[in-house]
Design a protein around this ligand. Sequence first.
Ligand code: SF4
Length: 452
Amino acid sequence: MCGIFGIKPYAEAANLAYLGLYALQHRGQESAGIASLSGERISVYRRMGLVADVFQEETLRNLEGSAAIGHVRYSTSGDSQLENAQPILITCHHGQVSLAHNGNLVNAQKIRAQLESTGSIFNSSSDSEVILHLIARSQKEKIEEAIVEALSQVEGAFSCVFLTKKKMIAVRDPHGFRPLLLGQLGESKLFASESCAFDLIDAQMVRELDPGEMVVVNNLGVTRSSKPFEAKPTRHCIFEHIYFARPDGMMFNESTHEYRQRLGEKLAKESHIEADLVVPVPDSGVCAALGYSQASKIPFAFALIRNHYVGRTFIEPKQSIRHFGVKIKLNPVKRLIEGKRVILIDDSLVRGTTSRKIVKMMRTAGADEVHLRISAPPTKYPCYYGIDTPNRSELIASSHSVEEIRKYIEADSLAYISMDGMMDCLAASNKEDYCHACFSGDYAVPFPSLSV
Ligand code: SF4
């Protein structure tokens, strides 16, 4: 769960990286950083917090240069601390090399133990640092050859952007778990996790990198593409579409908004129930709720309002207030809900604790009936490829039936979209190209200590 961005060559590269990261903020709110090339030197600035808080005018002025890469982080591997913030910058016999990585490496611990046993010293607990150690050890002459040698040893998900004195290099793992796009702004080339980063700065999206593709950008902005890795089955993360990505872009050649809307339509057909209102759990339930409402002809209403300004600095009062955690974020519109049979649409139900609070909140606001519909199948398995799902024991659907979950959350009815329904909603051409392991347990890359 991270966002990455890169631009080269561009006179105000760090400023555009800042804007790109701003658009990608939903992919990680824990830390933000930019590495920028000025003259012959790369400097990096990274801090804990949101993009707008981390970078001030002066900070960006100090990062001025002709190329930059950036990163927003949500920890999936490694603790939440500054040492794990990215981009990471090292100096080795290849010169300065900076890395922004999105994804999770399943064999990072094993490689790290091997490297440490032969004297390597790590600065962080992040799996991404392993990549840089392998690059530093590579005896290959060219940096792109060293990157290929390093990445050939890691397994799992990686979408990476590297910055060196002469080149910006983007690489996507052979399964293509995480997105990575190529963009263009005048003569400049850009990379980003999602197209919204290009939209904000009026850049054009050129295309997605293919799984296993490497694109090298030189000082003139000329690109060279290659496929240096052994081909593997494509496995785009379907959860990016269901929950994680912003709905205003294209990903894996599919419109996220349209896909979510189709999920809602399918859900309405699969689990119709008589009701008065369709209410999304904002924000990510909105597109599916629209689809559900259109297919069922039950009116749509924004009857749960989200506070968008809840920051990390929020201080909870010591004395406990009932449902406080959810109340910070969501508040029902009582006048819309009172006396109504409500269908709540959400995109996931992970532990069940939040859904239980929301159902209760709707009843307290006067709903006659509360029916919950989930636009994803039950989440039964953890993700090892970069989405921060809990252990299997904490995933309520791994050990409880739908009826048991319904009782726990105290809803009048509960239904999930079926696996077939979720797959049917994808564009016909690439249904086989998706990872759905968190729903099916079908892992494309085995995890060394897999305990599912
Ligand atoms: S396991 Fe789920 S969340 Fe993880 S990559 Fe696969 S589809 Fe995405």
